[in-house]
Ligand binder design. Sequence first.
Ligand code: HEC
Ligand code: HEC
Ligand code: HEC
Ligand code: HEC
Length: 130
Amino acid sequence: MRKLIVCLLALVVGLFLGTAAYSLDKGPEVIVLKAKKGNVTFHHREHQDKLKIKCGECHHGKTADWKQVPYKEGMKIHECKECHNKEMPNKKLNKVSKAMHKNCKGCHKKMHKKYPKAPVKCKQCHVKKK
Ligand code: HEC
Ligand code: HEC
Ligand code: HEC
Ligand code: HEC
């Protein structure tokens, strides 16, 4: 009986350590994206968990010759500005605002029928402090 308990304990501890080792850095819960036009309050966790949007819809990597590398679980996540800056050869994406507008507004437009609250107008995202 005692042996069985020790075995079970070992199993529980093992499982716990296992999940801890694989626990993913999901980043901040809410991210305030600063813009002169008015800051954008982005509910990161809500997009991940409640809306069940995959990390790879927004995060990816790149090759040395500026091709996109699809997101893979556990891969290092960089801020958009590390790549979407004036060094990027693709002029349609060489600013953070261009990358974000394409990503964020792009999806909101696609999902607007099902989710009328997904913002597509400037002032729904860019909120100026009063
Ligand atoms: C709807 C888009 C979206 C989804 C889905 C998403 N993220 Fe993010 N995430 C962002 C944005 C935008 C930032 C801020 C990037 C910046 O500041 O340039 C960010 C930032 C992060 C950061 C902090 C990076 C840093 O260096 O500051 C981590 C870590 C992160 N995300 C992990 C994840 C993981 C893991 C998932 C999936 C479970 C995920 N994200 C899903 C949009 C998203
Ligand atoms: C490690 C570098 C890197 C980071 C970090 C990065 N990108 Fe990209 N992204 C690229 C490259 C390279 C391409 C491909 C450009 C091309 O097709 O010419 C790309 C393409 C895109 C595209 C157009 C293709 C598509 O998937 O729709 C969007 C939108 C985009 N990125 C948004 C973002 C956003 C938003 C972030 C931050 C959350 C981000 N990217 C972070 C390198 C990066
Ligand atoms: C793959 C789809 C997708 C992407 C990419 C996406 N969103 Fe959303 N977003 C949604 C949906 C769907 C809703 C509506 C949620 C609801 O009805 O509760 C939403 C709602 C919102 C809202 C209003 C509700 C809230 O959470 O405050 C804001 C603001 C927002 N998104 C900002 C952003 C920003 C900024 C980005 C890019 C960094 C982004 N979203 C990327 C799908 C997306
Ligand atoms: C879905 C949300 C969303 C909508 C809708 C949206 N934006 Fe943005 N916008 C952003 C995000 C996110 C950034 C990037 C902030 C950053 O650099 O981190 C941004 C950046 C910008 C910037 C550059 C940064 C600055 O300092 O102002 C301008 C200009 C801008 N947006 C104008 C507009 C205009 C004009 C519209 C309407 C036609 C619009 N945006 C609609 C989310 C949005």
